[in-house]
Write a protein that binds this ligand. Structure first.
Ligand code: ATP
Ligand code: MG
Ligand code: MG
Length: 361
């Protein structure tokens, strides 16, 4: 926002929120009506970079000022059941699923869907948290022991475990005037349910598949009257695309756009919610993004690479926590492969970069 001359005021529940490094911070609880009212009076537009802002808070703010994306879109994207129902209604198939409210539902759902399957919380899960993978029906007790307690507060959903060929995301932006753009498809690799590596443009994607993915993203955005950046996570199974989830915000699989595209997802999100013209989503070449999970490695190997970029979020190290990322950019796939292999070796992260190195080879 800052280069566009836009000043920001960030609300967060904790005084050491990262945003405080670059913006004025309002420390307030999401349910603190008085604080929210005072905040709304000071701003022209409210948006969020975190999908678990309570929809009721977004509703309240929408009664006081402009909120983009709209609270209805936020609430659909917060609930895996509503989200998957919308995908199917929009013509995007999904893994088979069943809502689960109690243990009997789980037994019935496993009987119908079969195993392997994944039991997930409908709401508040992220980075693979709030999920239990059932290898066989014998895992029902373990799954219920792990997540049964959450059924009452956040709801559960059982999904068929899809043996997908690959994972892609569409990072897209829709303006207040309905203008719609996407960055090229991104190929993603997860480890233990957490994004580890992204590559864009996704190599080996047919035009037909890309057009289908973009068209699904557009239909969903138009149905929700969505304004801002969002990501649609897709599984590719043969020639078919299945919708996994959508993130109603800038997305980790779009971080490469900061250096790899003419306009980053962050800038276009700000442009969209302010009603400014959207920026060019074209790329400068090929990009790979590596997530740093748990703690930050030594930055030197990445800083020494031409067009290598380092992002340290200033977060405390914690197992499983995303604390930063690096992006390597190159004019073409071949030179990206060379850089990525060299940086991976120097970082001691050959395993993390291997899927992209193999694919670019
Ligand atoms: P995010 O951090 O992307 O918000 P999340 O916690 O919401 O993650 P999902 O996106 O549902 O979780 O799942 C994380 C990853 O687990 C997926 O990207 C995919 O690799 C795997 N996964 C999830 N659901 C399925 C499924 N039904 N079949 C196969 N793999 C799956
Ligand atoms: Mg998610
Ligand atoms: Mg996901």
């Amino acid at each position: 926002a800052a280069p566009l001359g836009v000043r920001t005021l960030v609300v967060d529940g904790s005084a050491d929120a990262c945003a405080g490094q670059v913006s004025e911070l309002v420390v307030a609880d999401w349910n603190d009506d008085e604080a929210l009212e005072a905040f709304a009076a000071r701003v022209d537009v409210v948006t969020f970079d975190f999908e678990n802002v309570p929809a009721a808070t977004a509703e309240r703010l929408a009664g006081l000022t402009n909120v983009f994306p709209n609270p209805g879109a936020l609430s659909v994207a917060q609930d895996r059941l509503a989200e998957k129902t919308l995908f199917r209604a929009s013509g995007l198939n999904t893994p088979d699923f069943e809502p689960v409210d109690n243990r009997d539902d789980l037994v019935r759902a496993v009987a119908r869907i079969g195993a392997p399957a994944i039991l997930k919380t409908r709401r508040l899960g992220y980075d693979g948290k709030g999920q239990f993978r059932l290898k066989t029906a014998d895992d029902i007790d373990a799954a219920w022991a792990a997540l049964g307690e959450a059924a009452a507060s956040v709801g559960l959903i059982l999904e068929a475990f899809v043996p997908f060929d690959r994972e892609l995301s569409v990072v897209a932006v829709r303006g207040r005037d309905g203008a719609f753009r996407t960055w090229p498809l991104t190929r993603n690799w997860h480890v233990d349910g957490v994004l580890s590596l992204s590559l864009a443009p996704a190599p080996g994607t047919s035009d037909a598949l890309e057009q289908a993915a973009i068209s699904h993203a557009r239909t969903i955005a138009e149905t929700l009257d969505y304004v801002g950046v969002f990501a649609l996570e897709l599984f590719v199974c043969g020639a078919e695309l299945l919708g996994n989830e959508m993130a109603p915000r800038v997305h980790n699989s779009g971080h490469w756009t900061i250096e790899g595209a003419h306009t980053s997802q962050f800038e276009n999100h700000v442009r969209a919610v302010l009603g400014l013209p959207l920026g060019d989503t074209g790329v400068r070449g090929a990009s790979a993004m590596l997530n740093w999970i748990g703690d930050m490695p030594d930055p030197t190997p990445v800083l020494m690479v031409a067009d290598g970029h380092w992002h340290d979020y200033g977060k405390e190290a914690r197992p499983g926590r995303k604390v930063g990322h690096a992006t390597l950019c190159a004019p073409d796939a071949g030179s990206l492969r060379t850089k990525l292999a060299a940086a991976g070796a120097a970082l001691g992260r050959d395993e993390q970069v291997a899927p992209a190195v193999d694919l670019l080879g």
